[in-house]
Unconditional design. Structure first.
Length: 79
């Protein structure tokens, strides 16, 4: 079933607000404003990923040093 882009966007925001509510230590109760997107809000609160969502990959512990090495190895060109 296709979901309208606007509905996908609103569900994404509901998920983000749910996740933030958990971080802020609030109760697991969907605010009235998000009633239509309660499932997405609760998934965000519980730290779950919605259907079709891409789970973020962890960043390498050495990422900062990899960038630093690359920046140092580049020689600035004279204009």
């Amino acid at each position: 079933m296709a979901v309208a882009k606007k509905d996908q966007e609103r569900a994404g925001y509901a998920w983000m607000y749910g996740a933030q509510a958990r971080k802020d230590g609030k109760d697991r109760a969907v605010p009235d404003y998000w009633h239509d997107y309660a499932d997405a809000w609760l998934q965000g609160f519980d730290g779950e990923f919605g259907a079709g969502a891409v789970k973020p990959k962890p960043v390498s512990d050495e990422l900062e040093s990899e960038f630093d090495e690359a920046a140092l190895s580049e020689q600035p060109s004279d204009p």
